[in-house]
Design a protein around this ligand. Structure first.
Ligand code: S3P
Length: 437
């Protein structure tokens, strides 16, 4: 599917987002091993989260849709999963494969996890190695560095592990394995990554403490309590509208119910550092997660240095920040972000390459980007590299550019934001109906 994007004269409206992707995956997986039934409202019904749900169904878990985005899921208890008679296909989803690897390592049966071409090229040693230290029998292609992963489930022991990368997927895989291990597990990370797993498992009664880059997990002695919750709006989806509005000369948008967990909301800090006119209102909590409504207006942006601890808190939003930097005064440098090279695409090179086609002045480093402002982009044909975050960033670039931009393989937005194109049309006044919400 190809999409043609044109500039928008003005951007107005109120928008409700898809539920957070990370929280949706976790709500499904953790409730699947709980001791009862849960109802999850605002579940992100995207390709990635559906991959998790299909894997769970193959493992014997019953779930059904109560409406478009409300999921009912029946927990099987901590020992209730059953061996799948097929390979578990995680498609494009790193969160599915890494979290399920941790969950399946201690189950008393055999599992194979696989995915699409992008997922098969992503690093898996980061979960295989520490799980093996816990005594897991897990192996993978290319010398145990890539999926497919084969797991012969067996009893595990608790360990103390210091991960070389700040990765919530690794931390969550080890946390899940630790729930079934013999003895305590301590997981340390070099910088704090998103803590949705810790918050949710604690709310479900797991014996776990966390803070200061460390998680301590004691094995389950009884089933987790089911957790019904309303999933906050995905801040990664919100970031698209924040960047678009901040860079556009005539914009005023309000985004409702956005998850603003501080381990995840680095994009707000980065955009504020760049001078974006962003206001948080109605701060509240939905289950274990903080939520706010966010207003954003056309802004005079300035360049900034994005580095250090801010990077893991804004990791998925860095391509959007690179786009914003094209419209700032002064240069922006993003560094300490080598992890971007092993996402759904190599996001350092794909961001640089595609923004350059639109006239951006952007230079690649091994661990980041330098962007010099050009203030004006020009429409061109661009490629998404099969990466949902690139597709969304490039669509916004097209709205901000002069002329027409053609986005090839535009359907890939469904990986995290199935109704993105509709929302873009609504906010830019190309559809008659009022924006959702
Ligand atoms: C995620 C963690 C991050 C992020 C990904 C989702 C999660 O990956 O990039 O989109 O749900 O735990 P890493 O944990 O690999 O940094």
């Amino acid at each position: 599917m190809q999409r043609l994007v044109r500039p928008a004269r003005k951007l107005r409206g109120t928008i409700a987002l898809p539920g957070d992707k990370s929280i949706s995956h976790r709500a499904a997986i953790f409730n699947a091993i709980s001791g009862g039934e849960a109802v999850v409202q605002g579940f992100q019904r995207s390709a990635d989260c559906l991959a998790t749900l299909r894997c769970l169904r193959s493992l014997g878990v019953h779930w059904r849709w109560l409406d478009e985005t409300t999921l009912s899921i029946r927990g099987r208890g901590r020992y209730g999963l059953s061996e799948s008679d097929r390979v578990l296909d995680c498609r494009n989803s790193g969160t599915s494969i890494r979290l399920l690897a941790g969950l399946l390592a201690p189950q008393p049966f055999f599992s194979v996890l696989t995915g699409d071409r992008s997922l098969l090229s992503r690093p898996m040693a980061r979960v295989i190695q520490p799980l093996r230290l816990m005594d897991a029998d897990i192996s993978g292609r290319q010398g145990d560095t890539r999926a497919p992963l084969a797991i012969n489930g067996r009893p595990l022991k608790g360990i103390r592990n210091r991960s070389p990368v700040a990765s919530a997927q690794v931390k969550s895989a080890l946390t899940l394995a630790a729930l079934y291990a013999h003895g305590e597990t301590v997981i340390e990370e070099p910088a704090v990554s998103r803590d949705h797993t810790e918050r949710m498992l604690q709310a479900m009664g797991a014996d776990l403490d966390f803070g200061d880059g460390q998680v301590r997990v004691r094995p389950l002695t009884r089933d987790l309590q089911p957790l019904s919750l309303r999933v906050p709006g995905d801040i990664s989806a919100a970031a698209a509208w924040l960047v678009l509005a901040a860079c556009h000369p005539d914009a005023d948008l309000r985004i409702q119910g956005v998850g603003v967990n501080p381990t995840r909301s680095g994009v707000l800090d980065a955009l504020r550092l760049m001078g974006a006119d962003i206001t948080l209102e109605e701060q509240r909590t939905w289950g274990p997660e903080p939520v706010a409504d966010i207003s954003v207006r056309s802004s005079r942006l300035r360049g900034a240095v994005i580095e250090g601890d801010l990077v893991p808190r804004a990791i998925d939003e860095l391509p959007l920040i690179a786009l914003a930097a094209c419209f700032a005064s002064g240069e922006t440098v993003i560094r300490d972000a080598a992890e971007l090279r092993v996402k759904e695409s190599d996001r350092i090179s794909s961001t640089a390459r595609e923004l350059r086609r639109l006239g951006a002045d952007i230079e690649e480093f091994p661990d980041g980007l330098r962007i010099r402002p050009v203030r004006r982009l020009q429409g061109a044909a661009v490629s998404t590299h099969g990466d949902h975050r690139l597709a969304i960033m490039l669509a916004l670039a097209g709205v901000l550019a002069s002329g027409e931009t053609v986005i090839r393989n535009a359907g890939v937005v469904a990986v995290s934001y199935p109704w993105f194109w509709r929302d873009l049309d609504l906010l830019s006044g190309r559809r008659a109906a009022a924006a959702k919400g």
